[in-house]
Each structure stands twice: as structure tokens, then as C-alpha cells.
Design a protein around this ligand. Structure first.
Ligand code: PEP
Length: 251
């Protein structure tokens, strides 16, 4: 089953407006050079409009780092899905571990965000991952299954076809510790079987499952060689044009 690879950069709370636009332009050149894969960047919300304008005529996709579930209302600090589509944003991260851990977002809220995004035509990237303590307790698969089932609660098969999963072990994010290719493949295989059980095999075979957690130029090729790894969600290494370009150009 061919799944179109997706390399996504999460810029987190980094880059001024000028820096973001400059980096986006360079990444757009990398994306244009690799027409067989999707490339996305997720700038901070302050830079979304300018980045969308700067790369409008390129294949680079622009995503938000989070999304609210209502189209408008009294939700101080939030950005609605139609505000995003209005800018040309058509993807959004949902459930990133920093949202879960620092800002206390739970699976129920993440599910609302994900369904809100889908309802308004934004493709969500649902991020899931176990902590080190959960892995050491042998609870990795139980934790992931619960995050997937709750995150995808009441998401139809048609909506799931628009959704991307990102497995990001919390202990590997920003730590320089990458899961071994075997550990990552084991989890990705598990997630695909889980999707087949929740939905159906055809859908599971089509769903893109990204790996995230200290992805770098020197480990991307081995990760992408795994049968169930369909792309990467990249934090730190996405902030430098040179390292992200090498990741986009994985072999
Ligand atoms: C992330 O924030 O999604 C991430 C994977 O970060 P890093 O690549 O820096 O570990």
C-alpha cells in the first residue's frame, strides 16, 4: 500500500515574523524539489497569515499548532477553525504532548478539537505518545490505545480518511533520545492494527502515521525505511533550513 509521505515541522513558540517568513520560503523550495511527498510547517499563530501569503503559490502546506472546536464565541486565547481556513491554513496539530502536559488538555478536549477541525475542513494531525514512566511500567500500548480511542471518539470513517496520526513518545521529544527504529516500527504496526480493529483494514492501510521525537538528518532515513512509518513530525530540527531540508529529502 502506497502512502504519500508527510514531513511536518512544528515550530512551537519560536521565530519572529520575519524569521518565520524567511524559513517558510526556504522550506517551500525544498518542498517543490520533492513532489512525491507532502511537506508542512506549523508556525506560531502570529506568523500564520504572513506564512500562508508567502508560500501561497508553492506546494508547502501550512498548519496550525492547535485549533478550537467552535467557529466563534467567548473562548479567550483560542483560534477557531474558520479563522484558520480564512487564512489558507488547512491542517492543524491536535493533542501535542506539550498541550497535554503543560496546558492540561485531556483526551475529551482533544477529541472536541479534532472533530471541530474536521467539521470545518481542516485536516487534523492527532498526536499521541507515552511517557517514560508509562513505557517502563509496560503500559505503552494501553496508553496509546486509550489516546487513540478517545481522540477518535465519534470520528467517522470518512473523517478518519482526512486525519493523520503522529506517534511521539514523550520521552523522545526535545530530549535528543529517539526511539530505536524497532521501537517506533513496533508501535506504528500496533497503531495500524488498532485502526483496522476500530475502522477497517483498507482505511488503516491508507492512514498516514508519522513518527516524532528528536528526528534529525542522521536518523530520518532509517525511520522512513520502516514499513509503517509514513513521515515525521519534527520540532527542533525543523527550525534550521539546512537540517529540515535534509529531513524533507529523506532517502
Ligand atoms: C515535536 O515537538 O513534535 C517534536 C517531535 O520535537 P523534537 O523533534 O524537537 O523532539
Amino acid at each position: 500500500m502506497h502512502r504519500r509521505p508527510l514531513i511536518a515541522g512544528n515550530w512551537k513558540m519560536h521565530l519572529t515574523l520575519t524569521e518565520a517568513v524567511n524559513l517558510a520560503r526556504t522550506v517551500a523550495t525544498s518542498a517543490s524539489a520533492c513532489p512525491d511527498r507532502d511537506v508542512m510547517v506549523a508556525p506560531a499563530s502570529t506568523a500564520l497569515a504572513a506564512v500562508c501569503n508567502a508560500v501561497a503559490d508553492t506546494p508547502l502546506l501550512v498548519g496550525a499548532q492547535n485549533v478550537a472546536w467552535e467557529k466563534e464565541g467567548a473562548f479567550t486565547g483560542e483560534i477557531s477553525p474558520i479563522m484558520l481556513t480564512d487564512l489558507g491554513v488547512n491542517m492543524a496539530l491536535v493533542g501535542h504532548s506539550e498541550r497535554r502536559q503543560i496546558f492540561g488538555e485531556d483526551d475529551a478536549m482533544i477529541n472536541r478539537r479534532l472533530r471541530g477541525a474536521l467539521h470545518f475542513g481542516i485536516r487534523p494531525v492527532l498526536c499521541i505518545g507515552e511517557t517514560l514512566a508509562e513505557r517502563e511500567d509496560g503500559r505503552t500500548f494501553a496508553v496509546l490505545e486509550s489516546q487513540v480511542r478517545q481522540g477518535l471518539h465519534e470520528v467517522s470513517i470518512e473523517q478518519m480518511a482526512e486525519t493523520v496520526l503522529a506517534y511521539e513518545p514523550v520521552w523522545a521529544i526535545g530530549t535528543g533520545k529517539t526511539a530505536t527504529t524497532e521501537q517506533a516500527q513496533e508501535v506504528h504496526g500496533f497503531l495500524r492494527r488498532l485502526l483496522a480493529a476500530i475502522y477497517e483494514k483498507t482505511l488503516a492501510d491508507k492512514t498516514r502515521i508519522l513518527y516524532g521525537g528528536s528526528v534529525k538528518p542522521d536518523n530520518i532515513d532509517a525511520l522512513m525505511a520502516q514499513p509503517d512509518i509514513d513521515g515525521a513530525l519534527v520540532g527542533g530540527a525543523a527550525l534550521k533550513a539546512e537540517s529540515f531540508d535534509r529531513i524533507v529529502q529523506f532517502r
